[in-house]
Ligand binder design. Sequence first.
Ligand SMILES: [Zn+2]
Length: 249
Amino acid sequence: MALEKTKAVVLKSFPYGDTSKIARIYTREFGKISVIGKGIRKSKVLQSGYLEPLNYLNLIFYHNTKRQLQIFSKAEYIETWSSLKKDFRKMSYGFAVAELTDKAVTGVEPHEELFQLIVDVLKSINSVDGNMNLLFWYFEIHLLSHMGFHPSLSKCPRCSVKFDHGRFSLEYGELVCDKCNGDMGTPISARALGILRNIQHGTLEDVISIVPRKGDRQEIGHFLIEYMRYHIEGLREVKSLKVMEKVFS
Ligand SMILES: [Zn+2]
């Protein structure tokens, strides 16, 4: 069992027994791990607050590759995202990022770019006071790409024709041209598709300045959820997505 140090984002945590706490954590060096803070809720030395969701930490833990559950040693905050934790709307988006990561990532292989994406998006949710949808869409599109499901947004993956609008095909799980999908599937207008492309190719800073209309928001939000549910197992039951579909669309 080795003592390891890594940058980490806490995705979720829950109490265990009378005094302990278990947390699911996405780390830069070790991928997704579960950590137990033994006696942490009663300890004066160890601080239980470290294992709260949406914390960004330098984490030190005892690593045993044969075990599912690793043992918390200590931590320090890299940054504290106080605005993210005080604002209900920001927190909802933050939790959705954490829940999506938890559901979508299954293995323990580290993925440094994905780790950086999570940190960058949470940091922006904390610091930006604009349209949170855009930051969340950015997260969804880039999460998909990192997981190997890069959505084709410029040409039809069935017949390779370039398109400026399309339909999400439930049969193929892709955005396809009118010809390939008949009248089936949810349509995406040229405006909404343009925004999706900007999010796919832009930086977080670029994305914040986009101003979507209500109709665009519905089309884009709906498309991304359908796309993710089709490609990533286990996303059908993501609670925070359902809440966001209702509250923020
Ligand atoms: Zn086509």
